[in-house]
Design a protein around this ligand. Structure first.
Ligand SMILES: Cc1ncc(COP(=O)(O)O)c(C=O)c1O
Length: 448
């Protein structure tokens, strides 16, 4: 079996009209299918494979843990892997984040973060604080509350009655901000909009504000304007609103700092990690919180009321620990900064001038390429054209994998490709990736 297309096999395929090549193995930045065809994994899957495919060292460390003990329940036991991971992550984290717990996916950990915040407010005797302000556009996951939080209207089409209304405020998205001087005016502009939102909702009803320090696929690796996080943090502090950094996509070293928040002096009250933390070897996500919040729980109800079967499971925590140790040995975060600077420069030199490329954004080994029908007016392609789907299918045929997004321009329209190779990428591979992107864009766009 080399390719699967619905209705082949018994898997409920994620797409019922597309071919799925059967991957046999991976090595570094490359994947190989059952036909022996090679793919350059230019997006680490969904921005996950931080330590590259087929990483022997990480696999060996995970295997050693699995042989020792794969599972204990987090309500009964702890393990060295879990303890050590928490210690290491808290040492890397923004100031004050000194406690960590672990789950599998990003969506789960976002749900846990929201429940943590909610419990704090109830413990404090402020049960009316239940609203969470998210940004538009944004993405925080696919479980029901995480999806409710996500500023992506088109994702919610089928699930409306199951979702909760969540208050949103505009995300800082330079390309479509409409601001004449984003760098100069952006921070005060967005902080004012957030403050207006809090005041409109009633400050004593707002529990938290959640934001990705660097926006992931929902706005093509858009960066905040200078001073943004100090200004919005000030506003949140003024009204007692807790801040949550969603570092699931942008964290774990990809931007050239372990926590992307560090670039912007953002010191959140809570932070969540996922994706690259386990590098795809075993799913793992982390919630980091402050000791004083945990103390409030201890003195109140006694504990954080959140148990899931796999909470703190050593199979998961050992994979993140192995990834962290590999990061350290190979100095991958510093590499993400230095090799990432080359990627960012080459994308701007080689890709930005191409027809239909409206914008290139990003930092380190995280970048977004936004396509538009008209570069001058930034008018997106009509959604019916399925530009990004067609382009990425063309790339895949030619052995290049990127990650797509749609809908960021106005909730419906917008086509972008995320670039985020494994942090192990060499300089020569960066050049190979940029040239692959270039030739694929040119050959696909000439058919338009
Ligand atoms: C910023 C952000 N938060 C949360 C999630 C949800 O993570 P998961 O897909 O592992 O549930 C994602 C996934 O893309 C994400 O990019």
């Amino acid at each position: 079996m080399e390719r699967v297309h619905y209705p082949d096999g018994n898997v409920l395929l994620r797409n019922l009209t597309r071919n799925f090549p059967v991957i046999s193995h991976g090595q570094g930045v490359y994947l190989f299918d059952a036909d022996g065809k090679r793919y350059f994994d230019g997006s680490s899957g969904a921005l996950v494979v931080s330590v590259g495919h087929g990483n022997e060292e990480v696999s060996r460390r995970v295997y050693e843990q699995l042989r020792r003990v794969a599972y204990v329940n987090g309500t009964q036991f702890t393990t060295r892997a879990t303890e050590e991971l928490a210690t290491r992550l808290c040492a890397l984290a923004p100031k004050g984040l000194t406690r960590a717990c672990f789950l599998g996916s990003g969506s789960e950990i976002v749900e846990a973060a929201i429940k943590f915040v909610r419990q704090i407010w109830v413990e404090r005797g402020e049960p009316h604080r239940s609203k969470v302000i998210a940004r538009m556009p944004s993405y925080h996951g696919n479980t029901l509350y995480a999806l409710s939080l996500s500023g992506r209207p088109h994702y919610k089409k089928f699930f409306g009655p199951l979702l909760t209304e969540v208050v949103t405020t505009p995300a800082p998205y330079e390309y479509r901000s409409g601001l004449a001087d984003y760098a100069q005016d952006g921070a005060s502009h967005y902080a004012r909009l957030l403050e207006e939102t809090i005041l409109r909702e009633g400050p004593d009803t707002v529990a938290a504000f959640i934001a990705e320090p660097v926006i992931g696929s929902s706005a093509g690796a858009a960066l905040p304007p200078p001073g943004y996080f100090s200004r919005v943090s000030e506003v949140c502090r003024k009204y007692g609103v807790l801040t949550i950094a969603d570092e699931i996509l942008c964290g774990s070293g990809r931007t050239g700092k372990f926590f992307a928040s560090e670039h912007f002096d953002f010191v959140p009250d809570l932070a969540v990690l996922g994706k690259g933390l386990g590098g795809g070897y075993v799913p793992v996500s982390a919630l980091l919180v402050r000791d004083d919040h945990v103390e409030e729980m201890r003195k109140g109800s006694g504990s954080f009321l959140h148990a899931q079967t796999y909470l703190q499971a050593p199979s998961m925590t050992a994979s993140a620990l192995a990834v962290l140790e590999y990061f350290e040995a190979a100095q991958l975060v510093a590499r993400a900064a230095s090799v990432g600077a080359i990627l960012q420069r080459r994308l701007r030199e080689e890709i930005l001038p191409l027809p239909y490329v409206g914008n290139v954004s990003g930092i380190g080994l995280l970048a977004g390429i936004e396509f538009v029908e008209d570069k001058k007016s930034k008018k997106p392609f009509p959604r019916s054209k399925k530009l990004i789907e067609g382009l990425l299918a063309h790339c895949s045929e030619n052995g290049l994998i990127l990650w797509p997004n749609t809908g960021h321009a106005d909730g419906v329209h917008g086509d972008l490709a995320m670039v985020g190779p494994p942090l192990t990428i060499s300089e020569a591979e960066v050049e190979e990736l940029v040239q692959l992107i270039r030739t694929n864009i040119l050959s696909h766009m000439e058919k338009l």
